[in-house]
Ligand binder design. Structure first.
Ligand SMILES: *Cc1c(COP(=O)(O)O)cnc(C)c1O
Length: 233
């Protein structure tokens, strides 16, 4: 098989597994968006993924994303792509990020929210964002603590150029994907809590190559998958 044929084959198998996991949880598979994570993947393979029909792409690093987003914009024949920023966002990179990304998954402080709002206003844009929540006590990971979430959400609601679209989490890496289940369930419960504050229509960005089926069983609406599509980075 050509590289492209085997990529299509892997993606089709992922769609099948997404669909099976959704059905196991009595959910509609269409509720789940596959985000192809292209970090450290060369442009050639990214172009193949786009050619094969993937429309949601995730990047962790701004510098890398600039090249890829510009290259894919040059190809006018493709229908509109959505680029998702899934890596940690530093304050001094916000201006660039707002210019490049459709959705920012890693909002984790009011300070960052204000900065995003400011630059989105300058661009005449409403920036779609997800709040990253840190569910385990890992100092190496970013994200807001669950008990800080309600205040952050109420504060964000006052910013006119931000639209909150959901919650995101990265659980600790665990060999057995079943061990991730309590984290995914906890993010879903946090969303219930936010709904009880009067908000609605929030997605859950959770699940990666090793655990996306479990995440979908627990309510994921966006799964971020790199290795299972492109192979080891
Ligand atoms: C790299 C990355 C992914 C994809 O991980 P895989 O295990 O390759 O599927 C998903 N989410 C985030 C935040 C990442 O940094």
């Amino acid at each position: 098989m050509s590289d492209k044929a085997s990529l299509i084959d892997r993606v089709n198998r992922i769609y099948k597994r997404i669909s099976d996991a959704a059905m196991r949880a009595d959910r509609n598979p269409d509720e789940v968006t596959l985000i192809a994570v292209t970090k450290h993947i060369p442009m050639g393979a990214v172009a193949q993924a786009i050619d094969s029909g993937l429309r949601h792409l995730g990047e962790s690093y701004i510098q890398e994303a600039v090249r890829k987003i510009e290259a894919s914009n040059d190809n006018q024949s493709v229908t509109r792509l959505s680029w998702h920023l899934i890596g940690h966002l530093q304050k001094n990179k916000v201006r660039q990020a707002v210019g490049l990304f459709d959705v920012i998954h890693c909002l984790d402080s009011l300070e960052l929210a204000r900065e995003i709002d400011l630059h989105a206003a300058k661009l005449g844009k409403v920036q779609r964002v997800l709040i990253q929540v840190k569910l385990a006590d890992e100092h190496t990971k970013s994200g807001i603590a669950p008990d800080m979430l309600p205040t952050l959400i109420d504060d964000i609601a006052t910013l006119n150029h931000l639209r909150l679209e959901g919650l995101m989490t990265i659980p600790p890496y665990l060999d057995d994907p079943q061990e991730g289940r309590p984290y995914f369930r906890q993010l879903n419960h946090l969303r219930d809590k936010v709904y009880s504050m009067g908000y609605n229509n929030l997605g859950l960005s959770m699940g990666m190559s090793n655990d996306y089926e479990v995440a979908i069983e627990e309510g994921a609406t966006m799964v971020r998958i790199g290795t299972a599509i492109f192979g080891q980075r």
